[in-house]
Design a protein around this ligand. Structure first.
Ligand code: FAD
Ligand code: S2G
Ligand code: ZN
Length: 492
């Protein structure tokens, strides 16, 4: 069955040969090279499996060579050679991407940043961190956490994803509502261009208005314009008082009302507003060692977090909000975390959704931005279409589709529509594509809120960007990567 549209291998790319691997063996330390016998190496192809398959196990390539350079110079030497030879390359971070952007489509060389994981400097006064692109987000969080700061982004993939991958995908996550986009918190980047040029813009200045801000082009470029090897990023101070509550909400309308009230009552200390529906909760309670903190099941759940610097003030605000929500019947139940372990259990519930859905079966994921009032409508709409097509009956096992659910960063107008199926197959994919993109576009939304375009959505860019915008994107791609060797077949 068609997992996804796999474009034909472009004949402009050289087929890797033994001579190429010999060359890499001359310029790179042996331990950074994983080459199969097919290209004159000695690695068992199974060792490349994790680099060729994506997190969803939905996208799969057939790379015969993985390079894991330790320095920016090695990255530059690799790219210069590949550019001269016309060898295609896919940059890879933690390989937690969800749109097929991080794995080869065919036999592209995988350039993994995992060996570039050093912290270069940290200034505790300003909170500015300068580090290699291959640093794992959770490890950076621990490092700055010991110095009373936090990373300006947090996502469920933190244990594996790299800061370089986060920048390359312009990742959003659960702190976006409070700390905003990486386009704001990233102060500088070190990027190696396909021809080997090292663009050193590792500024640690908050303000630098000298010419075009080139780093912004690489934020969200998904490995298609250059390989990010270094990141300079502003990290906020760790809030001294954090409150988290999980609420049971009877309708999507009430989820919106609770958001409005939370913004009014919590104001500047509101730091997260996440929601998920009953089907998500069912999957989490089934696959995670977690209990529902509320005394009953509800159609919707909301997680509210406040982060401030004055515990009494913050407690009073959260307490007043919860009271008002209950009094007005906007929510029917609520649990306020009493200590840090309860806070992390509540967050684990929200962050455990993707893994729980993955354990339920192969998952179709549509990460979209939609105006909040209609954001959840698409979930019922899609469920209805699947029922009409006799592919799904809510609550009844044994159908090709097991579960339809919606959750996400509703504070950012970002829905994660997820459909768990027996297997990825045409007759299901055709229900969603292009319907979901048409639906989102007709509601003036975006077909990709935070996960990027990758391979999955390349053919659908026109639903969210004008032909003129796309043609200038292609001109920028041609400027930085005239031979098209970087992450071919994806993004534009
Ligand atoms: P990879 O998956 O390795 O690569 C992603 C893309 O970036 C690819 O196109 C790749 O070519 C490119 N790339 C990677 N490193 C570099 C580099 N150094 N230079 C140039 N290009 C590079 N995403 C969100 O935005 N918000 C979420 O809340 C969120 N939650 C998630 C939860 C789970 C459980 C999972 C599995 C994923 C989640 N994601 C989320 C998606 C994913 O984690 C993010 O896109 C993340 O930023 C990818 O980082 P990575 O290091 O794994 O990159
Ligand atoms: C999240 C993870 C990906 C998905 O949990 O916020 O970004 O859609 C998502 O499961
Ligand atoms: Zn998300």
């Amino acid at each position: 069955s068609r997992l996804y549209h796999k474009p034909a291998r472009s004949s402009t790319f050289k087929k890797l040969g033994k001579d190429d691997v010999r060359h890499f063996e001359r310029i790179l330390p042996a331990e950074t090279i994983l080459a199969t016998p097919a290209v004159g190496g000695s690695a068992d192809p199974i060792e490349l499996e994790g680099f060729n398959a994506d997190w969803l196990n939905k996208y799969r390539g057939s790379s015969q060579l993985v390079l894991r350079p330790k320095t920016t110079k090695e990255v530059s030497d690799i790219l210069k050679y590949c550019n001269d030879q016309g060898i295609a390359v896919v940059p890879q971070g933690g390989n937690t991407g969800l749109v097929g952007g991080s794995v080869p489509v065919h036999d592209e060389v995988v350039l993994s940043l995992r060996n570039m994981n050093k912290i270069r400097s940290y200034d505790e006064l300003s909170g500015i961190l300068v580090c290699d692109a291959g640093c794992v987000l959770e490890e950076l969080g621990n490092y700055v956490g010991e110095r009373d700061h936090i990373m300006p982004l947090d996502l469920g993939a933190k244990g594996s994803c790299h800061i370089g991958g986060n920048v390359a995908t312009n990742a959003g996550g659960i702190r976006f509502l409070r700390y905003g986009t990486l386009h704001g918190s990233v102060l500088g980047l070190e990027v190696v261009l396909p021809d080997g040029t090292i663009l050193d813009n590792m500024s640690t200045l908050r303000k630098d208005n000298t010419g075009y801000d080139l780093k912004q082009l690489f934020i969200g470029s998904e490995g298609s314009l250059g390989v990010i090897t270094g990141v300079s990023i502003a990290t906020p101070r760790k809030p001294s008082s954090v409150n988290v509550a999980v609420l049971g909400v009877p309708s999507y309308e009430n989820v919106q009302q609770a958001f409005k009230l939370a913004r009014r009552r919590c104001g500047e200390i509101l730091s997260a507003y996440e929601f998920w529906d009953a089907n998500c909760m069912g999957a989490v309670l089934k696959h995670q060692e977690l209990k529902n903190p509320l005394s009953s099941d509800y159609p919707f759940y909301v997680l509210i977090e406040t982060s401030g610097s004055n515990k009494d003030h913050d407690d009073e605000k959260m307490g007043a909000l919860l009271e008002e929500l209950m009094e007005q019947g906007i929510v029917e139940d609520g649990a306020l975390a009493q200590d840090d372990s309860q806070i992390s259990r509540m967050w684990a519930m929200r962050e455990g959704i993707p893994e729980s859905l993955g354990k339920t079966g192969p998952t179709y994921k549509y990460d979209v931005s939609i105006p909040i009032p209609v954001l959840y409508d698409i979930v019922g709409d899609i469920a209805g279409r699947l029922e009409t097509a006799k592919l799904y009956t809510p609550g009844e096992p044994g159908n090709p589709v097991r579960l339809v659910c919606g959750y996400g960063h509703i504070g950012d107008g970002n829905l994660h529509l997820n459909v768990v199926a027996e297997k990825f197959e045409d007759r299901i994919t055709n229900i969603f594509e292009p319907y979901v993109y048409e639906w989102v576009s007709s509601h003036r939304g975006s077909i990709s809120a935070e996960h990027g375009v990758g391979l999955m959505k390349r053919d659908y860019l026109g639903y969210s960007k004008s032909p003129e915008m796309i043609s200038y994107m292609k001109r920028i791609k041609d400027l930085f990567d005239p031979k098209g060797i970087l992450n071919p077949y994806k993004v534009v």
